[in-house]
Design a protein around this ligand. Structure first.
Ligand SMILES: Nc1ncnc2c1ncn2[C@@H]1O[C@H](COP(=O)(O)OP(=O)(O)OP(=O)(O)O)[C@@H](O)[C@H]1O
Length: 255
């Protein structure tokens, strides 16, 4: 959401540019996202979504431009670690650990006091139907079980900013619903959630604001209703219609 209140800004990206050799992956992308906002980040394959998320975590350096998380420059790694949770597209888990060991390990890295860490871990394992398998090695888990474990580890420290790359990919409907509920609860408690996904009904269900990236540029931004109205398909228009309309128009302009 475009903000006028600097105190409420959780994620601020200014003129982000990223080039790989002669390839421009991102071209002067700016946005400002308030605390408590769920921001749906859309774009076709190769548009630059993952690149943007990695710049927001500080894992990748921009060619130019700046990122501030809750007012802190993203290159201050130590400060950023406690503010940000990141779920990348491939779950970053150790196959040799069990889910419980993985989550305890992450809780320790995040300096979460042991008592509250155990409580949170057990609550989340229950919520995501992992309690019965929590002591089995992650190498024996299905893709969805790994994804759920990785989601839990990204929210364990109750981050101010949560960056999610396809969080419901590979999940059954019950688990996907749990993720959507968790996103809404976290946002209600003040977390800014940056949600990149191709599953547009998920964005329709949870997002307060939407940005559409095309070929490294942010081509549309607004409320889901505002962006949907761009599809000009009448009252029954969906975000999918709008996404296809916006990205087809941009593709035609590029030709
Ligand atoms: N490490 C890299 N080296 C070279 N080019 C890269 C690198 N990472 C990304 N790119 C390029 O940057 C562009 C954006 O890629 P990115 O992965 O950010 O897209 P995306 O929107 O996340 O795509 P998808 O929806 O397919 O995951 C692509 O053209 C890609 O080839």
């Amino acid at each position: 959401m475009v903000s006028t209140n600097a105190d409420a800004v959780a994620i601020e990206a200014n003129d982000l540019q990223k080039t790989y050799g002669t390839e421009t992956a991102l071209d002067t992308v700016s946005f400002s996202i308030e605390t408590g906002t769920v921001y749906g980040f859309l774009g076709p394959n190769g548009a630059g979504k993952t690149t943007t998320m990695r710049l927001l975590t500080g894992l990748t350096q921009p060619t130019s431009g700046t990122v501030r998380i809750c007012g802190t420059a993203v290159d201050d790694r130590r400060a950023i670690a406690s503010l940000v949770g990141y779920l990348p597209e491939t779950p970053p888990v150790y196959e040799a650990f069990s889910a419980r060991e993985q989550l305890e390990y992450v809780a320790e890295l995040r300096d979460i006091p042991a008592g509250s860490a155990t409580e949170r871990i057990e609550q989340y394992l229950d919520r995501f139907d992992l309690a019965d398998d929590a002591d089995k090695r992650i190498s024996t888990y299905s893709k969805g079980m790994k994804q759920k474990t990785a989601f839990i580890q990204s929210v364990l420290h109750d981050p101010d900013v949560l960056l999610l790359d396809e969080p419901t990919s590979g999940l059954d409907p019950r688990a996907a619903r749990r993720i959507r509920e968790s996103i809404t609860e976290l946002a209600d408690a003040g977390t800014a959630v940056f949600l990149s996904t191709h599953i547009l009904p998920v964005v329709e269900a949870v997002a307060d604001a939407v940005g559409v990236l095309f070929d490294g540029r942010l081509v549309t931004e607004g409320t889901p209703e505002g962006v949907t109205s761009l599809a000009e398909t009448g009252e029954d228009g969906t975000l999918e219609d709008a996404f296809l309309a916006v990205t087809s128009k941009e593709a035609a302009t590029d030709r």
